[in-house]
Structure formats: structure tokens, C-alpha cells
Design a protein around this ligand. Structure first.
Ligand code: AMP
Ligand code: DBH
Length: 563
């Protein structure tokens, strides 16, 4: 059962990946039962007071799979899932895997602007949302998104106060009846392993967010091989503080790899340091993953008295650029050993290895996980550059799909005709294959690890009558690294201030992390000799305007949204 819009790997490579054992040809739902049989009563998942053993996890996922089927969901359907870190999220992903329903993993801060687009793009037949999250009513939002999709689209809610007329996910978890019979029924209609398991979001570089279809085969490998590289085993306790809707926390190696090897995953709703440290002590956490902005907070928080975090062996940091100086600060200040991670929802994963020398861990973002990850570092004409020189990173491999879902025009630019993904990252590769991220060619803002397409924000700004011309560039941000700076030339006779911009984004239902935090009014946009907007010049201006020479300590720490 193929989904229209999915770009498969070439046949001969698919056979090779199977022959080499990368692709196991077993859907994740079947593997879930292998784990349950191997690890039975060991605790698999912890979310506050909720603790699920491997057997409970598998039985609950099966129960939910049949519950979802009762609402009309079928193999081949896509659904939109917007949930914070909670045990229901993981059970839902496994239940979907069992049925062959593919969830699109939206982030909790996404609003109508993003969700409506994603729901249309994947033609979803249901929307799953929390009742409320961080003071926001997600049920109303989910209803609006479902209405836009038409009559057949249902709303399923996770929470204590589900509105009448909507489906309470917990009522679908009915575990009465014979689990073995249920398991047989689900086995008989299981998806094939080369079908779509789930859709990850890409920050993307153009227009609205793109989605990446990941198959059972490739995503299982993504997690399993990451786990091997990071030394995962039965004693692994992984703490998820970043959103599990992200590839990093879900499968790099994250929650999925912990479950594959008999370890344990502990879910936290936020990366707040004090709560996370307490959880590390309580659950004897051995590994976690952070973006640099959160890692810096943790390192600072670690200075003051803290709980016993000695169980933490590995502290992964990735998602946005980390200088060698910052890496050294983190290596000294974080609990556990620093591991750098350079990953992408599009596939290729690089890790420094736990036994790498300090120098490698401090100055590189690691190397790929698979010998069949192909890496090219090229100049602007796609000609390979000598080792050690910076260039554009292209990649192909067994867990790097050959195109975004249902985006042929974008794919023609983002992939070469022979299937290389143009990552948009500028890297240097050393003699042993370690990559150091030097910069990027793609036009986005990396706000504390969350990617924002400049193009998308420019479109939103252009819709304002006050705006004659616009360009969006990153503005340096003390904590998050970058934030969104809008450079605007006003329409004659009009005025505009930042609060108006922010209000208008809010009213149009745009995720708050994409909303400009800096507004720079200009009489004209600088141009390059060929007449294009000179973003390099604008980045420079944004930098000069907004980096205080002496960084002032904020009275209140800025919120680390979206995490
Ligand atoms: P996405 O495509 O939205 O999943 O974002 C992946 C992108 O995040 C990569 O292509 C890089 O631009 C960026 N990224 C991820 N990890 C790192 C890292 N350790 N250092 C610098 N950039 C990173
Ligand atoms: O930034 C990312 O997208 C990312 C970072 C680290 C990622 O997708 C991953 C690891 O898997």
C-alpha cells in the first residue's frame, strides 16, 4: 500500500539494504511484540506517576489500535497528531504502527496556520490533540482544523476534560477481551515494513513546512543503529525533555531505541533544569538529549546545589551550532559526558562516539552511523572540495528518504537527479570522516534548535498593508542563538511597530516561535549587484543592531519556547 506523494528508494538499493540487515522487513508493531516477549514485566515507559511495562505497552497499543479502527481509521490513512510529551503519545505512535495509519507529528506550539497546512498536505482523516496545554485550548483548534478537512475528519482528545462530541482517546484504550486474539487480528492486517510509519516535519527552507515520510524499515534502522552507536542496552534509561515529536528525542536514539533494547524511556513535559535533575536522580537516568540553548541552562543550573545526577553517562547536544569554546564549557558544566549530534529529520545522523577523544567531541559534530551513508562535500557547482575544506553537504543512504512527501517542485531543488539530499549545511570533513558544521546556505532561522523558514515568515509579513518590502534574517539571541528579525520597508504614509506585527501573527494562528522578535525599519532593502536582496548585509545590520557589547543579564530568563 503506497501513499501517493511518497518517493521510494531505487529498487536495487532497497534490496541491498534488506540484504545488509539495515531493513528488517518487519513492521514496528510486530517488533513491539518482540520487545514485549523479551522484556515482559520490565518498565518500558515512565510519565510522572504512570509506569507501563513492556507487556502493558504492547497490550495498550493493541487496544488503542482497535479503538482507532472503531472510529473508522484504516491502513493507509494519515492523521495529524499534536501532543506534548506524555505516555499516550508513544502508545499512539505504536498503535498507528500496528494499523498502518501514519501520524504527522506536529509540535505543541503549532497553531491553525501550520496545522491546517499539514492536515491538507497529508490529507488527514483525524486530528489528535490534548485538551489544554500551557493554557491553550487545543480542542477548539483541533475542531477548526478538522472542519477545514471536511466531514469525515474526527477529533480525538487526550486529557481529563474532553468536550462532548469529541472522542476521548482514553475510552479507546479498552483492554477488556483476550489480548492474544486481539494481537492475532492486528497481525493479520499489519502493514508492510516498506510502508510509511510516520511523518516528521522539516524546518524547510521555502514556504510552508514540508513533511518527510519515514518507513517502518528505515526509521527502525535509524533508531536501532543510533542506539548501537550510543551504547544503548538493557540498562539504558533515556530522559526525553525535548519534544518527542522531534526526530532527536524520538529516535536519535531517543525513546524508540530505549524500547528496542529493553531499556526505559522517561518522559518530561519540559526541559526545565531543576525538574529534569530531580527526574535523573529519581529514575537513575543514563542518557538524555538537549539543544545547545537548554544545555547552557543546565550547565548554569548545575553550578548551584543539585540532586545526584551521577547516573547520567551521556548528555547529547545537537540541533544547532555549537562552537568549540561552548562545547568545552558544556563538557565541564553538564552532568554526564558530552556527545555532539548533528541530525536531521530528513535522515543522516552524525554522532561523536562515547569513546572518542575529547578533541573530537569538542571540535566536531561526529560522523555518520552507517558505512552506507554517502556523504559528499561540494562547492556551489557540485564539485567535491578537498578533505578538510568547507563545502555544501549532500547525502544519501538507507534512512535518508529520496524526497519530501508530495512536494515535487521543492524536491527538484532539494534533491539532485540521482537522489542526493542537499542538506543546506556547510561542513568540513576531517580525515576520519568527522563533520564540523561551519554554517549553512539555506535561508532559515535556527531558533534554539527550532527551524523557521525565512520565506514563510516573509510571506506572512507581505500580507500586511503596512509592508511594502520585506526580508527576514536571523538576529543574534543570547540564549537561543538566533531569533527572527523582520527587515521592513514601509508602505508610504504607514507606520508599524513590533507589537502590531506580533498581534497580527497571533491573530492568524501562527506558531509563536516564528513570530518576529526584532523589527528593523529601513528606507530600502540593500541589493546585491544582480539586484537580489542582500541578506548578508541585512544579517550584519541585524547583528550590529541587537547584540549588546556587554550582554546584559535579563531580569527574568527569556522563555525557551517552543520547548
Ligand atoms: P530539520 O531538517 O528541520 O530536521 O533540521 C536539521 C538541521 O538542523 C540540519 O540540517 C542542520 O542545519 C541543523 N542542525 C542539526 N544539528 C546540528 C548541529 N549539531 N550543529 C549545527 N546544526 C545542526
Ligand atoms: O535538528 C534536528 O533536526 C536534529 C538534531 C539532532 C535531528 O533531527 C536529530 C538529531 O535527529
Amino acid at each position: 500500500m503506497t501513499r501517493t506523494g511518497f518517493v521510494p528508494w531505487p529498487e536495487h538499493l532497497a534490496r541491498e539494504y534488506v540484504a545488509k540487515g539495515y531493513w528488517r522487513q518487519r513492521p514496528l508493531g510486530a517488533l513491539m511484540w518482540d520487545w514485549a516477549e523479551a522484556y515482559e514485566d520490565r518498565v518500558a515507559l515512565v510519565d510522572g506517576p504512570h509506569r507501563l511495562t513492556y507487556r502493558e505497552l504492547a497490550e495498550t497499543a493493541d487496544a488503542l489500535a482497535e479503538g482507532l479502527a472503531r472510529t473508522g481509521l484504516r491502513r493507509g490513512d494519515n492523521i495529524l497528531v499534536q501532543l506534548p510529551n506524555c505516555w499516550e503519545f508513544i502508545v499512539l505512535v505504536l498503535a498507528c504502527a500496528r494499523l498502518g495509519v501514519a501520524p504527522v507529528l506536529a509540535l505543541p506550539p503549532h497553531r491553525e496556520h501550520e496545522l491546517t497546512h499539514l492536515a491538507r498536505l497529508a490529507r488527514v482523516t483525524a486530528v489528535v490533540a490534548p485538551d489544554r496545554w500551557r493554557g491553550f485550548d487545543h480542542q477548539t483548534l483541533a475542531e477548526d482544523v478538522a472542519r477545514d478537512r471536511g466531514d469525515g475528519c474526527r477529533v480525538l482528545v487526550v486529557g481529563d476534560t474532553v468536550r462532548p462530541g469529541l472522542t476521548d482517546v482514553r475510552t479507546l484504550l479498552d483492554r477488556t477481551g483476550d489480548p492474544a486474539a486481539r494481537r492475532r487480528r492486528l497481525d493479520s492486517s499489519a502493514p508492510a515494513a516498506d510502508e510509511v510509519l510516520l511523518f516528521l516535519l522539516s524546518g524547510g527552507t521555502t514556504g510552508l513546512p514540508k513533511i518527510i515520510a519515514r518507513t517502518h524499515n528505515d526509521y527502525e534502522y535509524n533508531a536501532r543503529r543510533s542506539g548501537e552507536v550510543c551504547g544503548y542496552g538493557e540498562d539504558t534509561v533515556y530522559l526525553a525533555v525535548l519534544p518527542v515529536a522531534h526526530n532527536f528525542a524520538l529516535a536519535s536514539p531517543g525513546v524508540l531505541a530505549a524500547l528496542m533494547c529493553g531499556g526505559r524511556a522517561v518522559l518530561m513535559p519540559s526541559p526545565q533544569a531543576a525538574a529534569a535533575f530531580a527526574a535523573i536522580e529519581r529514575e537513575r537516568v543514563t542518557v538524555t538529549s538537549l539543544v545547545p540553548a537548554v544545555a547552557r541552562r543546565w550547565a548554569q543550573a548545575a553550578v548551584a546545589g543539585r540532586p545526584d545526577t551521577s547516573s547520567l553517562r551521556i548528555c547529547q547536544v545537537g540541533g544547532s551550532v555549537l562552537s568549540a569554546t561552548e562545547a568545552a564549557e558544556l563538557m565541564a558544566g553538564l552532568p554526564g559526558r558530552l556527545q555532539q549530534v548533528f541530525g536531521m529529520a530528513e535522515g543522516l545522523l552524525n554522532y561523536t562516539r562515547p569513546d572518542d577523544p575529547d578533541d573530537t567531541v569538542l571540535t566536531t559534530q561526529g560522523r555518520p552511523i552507517c558505512v552506507d551513508d554517502e556523504v559528499l562535500v561540494v562547492d556551489e557547482k557540485d564539485v567535491p572540495v578537498p578533505a578538510g575544506r568547507p563545502g555544501r553537504l549532500l547525502t544519501r543512504g538507507p534512512y535518508t528518504p529520496r524526497g519530501y512527501f508530495a512536494a515535487p517542485e521543492h524536491n527538484a531543488r532539494a534533491f539532485t537527479p540521482d537522489g542526493w539530499y542537499r542538506t543546506g549545511d556547510v561542513v568540513r570533513r576531517d580525515a576520519v570522516g568527522n563533520l564540523t558544521v561551519e554554517g549553512r546556505t539555506k535561508d532559515l532561522i535556527n531558533r534554539g534548535g527550532e527551524k523557521i523558514s525565512a520565506d514563510e515568515v516573509e510571506e506572512l509579513l507581505r500580507a500586511l498593508p503596512q509592508v511594502a518590502e520585506v526580508a527576514v534574517v536571523p538576529s543574534p539571541h543570547r540564549e537561543l542563538g538566533e531569533s527572527v528579525c523582520a527587515c521592513v520597508v514601509l508602505t508610504a504614509g504607514r507606520t508599524l511597530d513590533l507589537s502590531e506585527v506580533r498581534r497580527s501573527f497571533h491573530e492568524r494562528g501562527v506558531a509563536s516561535f516564528k513570530t518576529p522578535e526584532v523589527l528593523m525599519l529601513l528606507t530600502a532593502l540593500p541589493r546585491t549587484p544582480v539586484g537580489k536582496t542582500d541578506k548578508k548585509e541585512l544579517r550584519k545590520l541585524a547583528g550590529e543592531a541587537h547584540v549588546p557589547r556587554q550582554p546584559a543579564a535579563p531580569a527574568q530568563p527569556a522563555p525557551l519556547q517552543p520547548f
